[in-house]
Design a protein around this ligand. Sequence first.
Ligand code: PHE
Length: 357
Amino acid sequence: MASGTESSEAATAGPPPSVEEIRTTALAALVDADSEVVLDQWRVAYLGRKSDLTNVLRSISSLPAEDRKTVGASANQLRGALEEALAEKAQELKAGPSEIADALDVTLPGRRRRSGGLHPTTQTIREITDAFGAMGFQIAEGPEIEWERYNFDALNIPADHPARDQWDTFWLDSPDGKGRSDMLLRTHTSPMQARLMEQTDPPIRVVIPGRCFRYEATDATHEWHFFQVEGLAVDRGITFADMKGTLFEFARRIFGPERKVRFRVDFFPFVEPGAEMAIDCFKCNGQGCSMCKGTGWIEIMGAGMVHPAVLRNVGYDPEVYTGFAFGMGVERIAMLRHGIDDVRQFASGDLRFLSQF
Ligand code: PHE
């Protein structure tokens, strides 16, 4: 027993701590002192008669002459520093919690970070392409700056054809600056029909979202830039019935399972026959209201069977292959679905609009 006690005392004794070690431990211990009682214990432990610092100060006279001055100076400096720190801490405790601590109410709920989101146009594009994706369509994209050839000629719209007037066009200047070049900002996504058919052999089933541009005055229903989603399906034996079935399914996926669709003859130079597809008004169920302007129907896209001349232009044999194409305005679909009344909101960058989606 006795020997055990002796050995544990020997283990804790060790070499006396240096002035710097005393400083470190003393100041660290002071941080935690949170009452006058603890503060007094601290004073006894680090500045008291039996403290390490007092021991150092007492032992100075027995040090070798060359050490006395430096050790003495640093030990005295430390005593001053500790006394000062003690006084400061005592003051702090007396003053009570600081103003900052008072102002910090940890029970307040945190400030929520504003998170970004997908633009309503992007959301709508994804909903549209998802609907066609579920029916086996792939997605492709094409250039916004397009050759006249793809935007018009390949689509059976020759230079002198009055149908060109249907598309108000931003032309790029010619390199010499005199007049226009044969490049333009695409007026629709249909040029991608020709590009894809040139690049690939049938079967093709693809939807093509993208931005389009038209040189026109803006108002609540017209923008000079907007998005379309184009669609194209080409294979042996594709019929108008396939087109109707596909677009009917699309309408039900986007506008609800009760939707009816209506196809009426329309003219686009690159389809024959051409059609305009409408859905029965989802607001009044076809009764007639402000949404459908009293007609009970809402037009949502142009469509038709790919014109034989277009198939020939890209090197397909119209006797072997047939197909259908369609194109719709994305903002228009989003406006219908969300009851948005002004197309200019989409590009406004106004967070009061955007944060609703
Ligand atoms: N590109 C046509 C437009 O912008 C829409 C359309 C696409 C019509 C495909 C028929 C077939 O008006």
